[in-house]
Design a protein around this ligand. Sequence first.
Ligand SMILES: Cc1ncc(COP(=O)(O)O)c(C=O)c1O
Length: 217
Amino acid sequence: MIPAIVRSSRAALQRSLSTAASTASSSLNTIAIHGGESVDPHTKASTPPLVLASTFSVTEPLSFSANELEDDSPYCYTRWSNPTVRALEQKLALLEGVPATNAVCFGSGMAASTATLFSFLQAGDHVVAADVNYPGVAEMFRHTLPKFGVRVTTVDPSDLNSVETAAQQPNTKMIYVETPTNPILRLCDISACADIAHDVDAELVVGEKCIFFLPFL
Ligand SMILES: Cc1ncc(COP(=O)(O)O)c(C=O)c1O
């Protein structure tokens, strides 16, 4: 159970849903087993060896700023990227039908949520958040984000009218939902919420730690 952010466009979401619907389940099983994996060129291991190193040697000088990393930067420091984590990200991206660089794995659910909220939001922004979320995430909306100047409106996301109404602020940058919600298992329509978010040029974020729901299902 590894928390991950998978960034999906509307087209990718539809492609992934129709692929999942039309493909025999063995295809997804095959991707789940073999996707993103290749024979290790050094040891010839048929499954990727676990790489536990925290630092890697590099041949060219490399900036120590995460802002200057490129998708093809060499491994340097495991906090930024690591072959084992990268293999998992590639597998998740394949299962979701999105480009490999659209998946990022984290060490915990709160790390993934916090990174997403602080990366996409800034002071002056407005976010529409579900009125029930995993408690740690709910506290982010109740206390932490308002402290940093982000305004939060909470709604029941299973009521699409209230989501749409709340999202009409000129500074609405994000709609955040969980489905099924932790802990009450309430569902919401991801595709409809994505349409509402994209209509106002905002991001839809779906928080789900794979406890109740696997991403590609
Ligand atoms: C949606 C969601 N976000 C965040 C978390 C917190 O995860 P962690 O305990 O790994 O930080 C959970 C935990 O169940 C969760 O369900």
